[in-house]
Design a protein around this ligand. Structure first.
Ligand SMILES: Nc1ncnc2c1ncn2[C@@H]1O[C@H](COP(=O)(O)OP(=O)(O)OP(=O)(O)O)[C@@H](O)[C@H]1O
Ligand SMILES: Nc1ncnc2c1ncn2[C@@H]1O[C@H](COP(=O)(O)OP(=O)(O)OP(=O)(O)O)[C@@H](O)[C@H]1O
Ligand SMILES: [Mg+2]
Ligand SMILES: [Mg+2]
Lengths: 251, 251
């Protein structure tokens, strides 16, 4: 029975897409069947695997607005146990249409229902906002994983975001649990970073992952190479820590 | 006659808020009258100056939805020549209301019109999305400043974002010009960063700022201190480069 995990944060640039790609790959290498769905109109999942627009037949826009069956948008990208559904919003008209299109919060949940048994994990990469797509993701998910940078802005916006999640969950998905809070881009040379990690560990001790992801140049270079870090530098701290996270989630 | 500059990017975490705060402060220290408006429901501008919710009487929500005059929301934060309008969206209901509220794209333009002569620069800090608030900002602005991280995702999403801006400008604001593309968080130790800067300089040579902002720990610590970098470490690379940017914009 597949576990749907929404990777979400209203704060931008905290490592949602990087976590979706590298956690997904680690779970796949550990033998789990994984589906990665890109709910962000920026389409960073496709960018990470160097997929061009002409290689994508169907994507998120077709599924949500044109009612194309999700199964037609699932792509095999040559990695065992890992498939993706790209976000192929081509124009700003399509994007505005998606935002303003009166999409019911339970739409994605009803689309993913019949698919849950085909995968061990379905990961949803969310955009940095509280719009329709993120609400759909929080309504469809079994649990939520929140990446947080070890920076002041991220720390400060976390409290409000947790309140928002509780509101959305009460309204649309009372069964939503926490997968956890993941500290990303940790720089052990900065004192402020260490202070923020301490504060996060104290305030959220029950829901914070033991694994933390260090700032690591291989993780930021991976999108330029077109492969997850595990496939070109398995031993790097970026790759090893995402494996540890995968093991923490499985257990 | 005030110049309205929208600081916008659909990519999250590229330094929009950091640029709004530090460019605003630098322009104010150089003697320009500056108004900083927070269009992001996350409210990072207020967080940067350690303003609590009870200190804020009116904000963005009141102006847009409750039609409170903008002048009532302008706050003096003790910095000469710099005033701010915070974003005080308290709940997710208010936020969803803002997104779904059928706000006309020209609303902000009509609100800012009577104020333009009171300031030399009005800076608009945008959220990381293409929703109603960003479209309002692009419709109200005279020019747009786009922060871009020297990272692959940022580089790849720039082309699409520029096409989107052209569409929005044709529809709602044909006079919109480029203030420029600003490279942020540049790390001279990473080869990939240098390659990306080279590529940006070649592809966008007419609209890219000469000044680039290095990755600098003082800039990421400033929000925790509650002051712009120029007010506690004037000589740091973070502060000096935002001064150079301010001079480049003035000339
Ligand atoms: N641990 C890390 N070390 C170094 N760089 C990282 C790390 N994690 C992510 N990055 C880089 O930081 C940038 C932001 O990460 P990413 O795009 O994954 O965040 P996001 O939350 O998905 O952003 P958005 O809000 O735009 O969707 C990217 O350029 C990415 O390559
Ligand atoms: N030049 C820099 N050097 C080091 N850290 C920086 C720099 N610029 C910004 N930061 C830090 O990086 C993080 C992201 O910056 P910021 O919040 O300004 O981006 P943003 O584009 O406004 O994000 P959002 O998309 O969420 O609105 C913040 O924690 C900030 O303190
Ligand atoms: Mg992302
Ligand atoms: Mg911001």
């Amino acid at each position: 029975m597949g576990d749907i995990i929404a990777i979400a944060s209203q704060k931008g640039g905290v490592g949602k897409t990087t976590t979706a790609i590298n956690l997904g790959t680690s779970l796949a290498i550990l033998g789990k069947q994984v589906l990665l769905i890109d709910l962000d109109p920026q389409g960073s999942i496709a960018t990470s695997f160097h997929l061009d627009e002409y290689e994508i037949s169907y994507g998120l826009y077709d599924i949500i607005v044109k009612k194309v069956p999700l199964a037609m948008a699932i792509m095999d990208i040559g990695l065992e146990n890992l498939e993706i559904v790209p976000s192929n919003i081509k124009s700003e008209e399509e994007e505005v249409e998606l935002f303003t299109h009166s999409i019911k919060p339970k739409l994605l949940r009803s689309i993913l229902g019949p698919l849950k048994d085909d995968y061990d994990y379905i990961l949803l990469d969310c955009p940095p906002s509280l719009g329709t797509l993120t609400i759909n993701a929080l309504t469809a998910a079994d649990s939520i994983l929140i990446p947080v940078q070890s920076e002041y802005f991220s720390l400060k916006s976390l409290g409000k975001f947790l309140r928002t999640i509780r509101n959305i969950s009460l309204k649309y998905n009372p069964g939503l649990k926490f997968s956890g809070i993941l500290i990303t881009m940790f720089d052990k040379r900065l004192n402020k970073s260490k202070e923020i990690v301490e504060e996060l560990r104290q305030n959220f001790k029950d829901i914070i992952f033991k694994t933390l992801i260090p700032r690591n140049s291989k993780l930021s270079e991976a999108p330029a190479i077109g492969k997850p870090v595990a496939l070109f530098d398995l031993g790097s701290p970026g790759s090893l820590n995402y494996f540890r996270l995968a093991e923490e989630i499985i257990s």
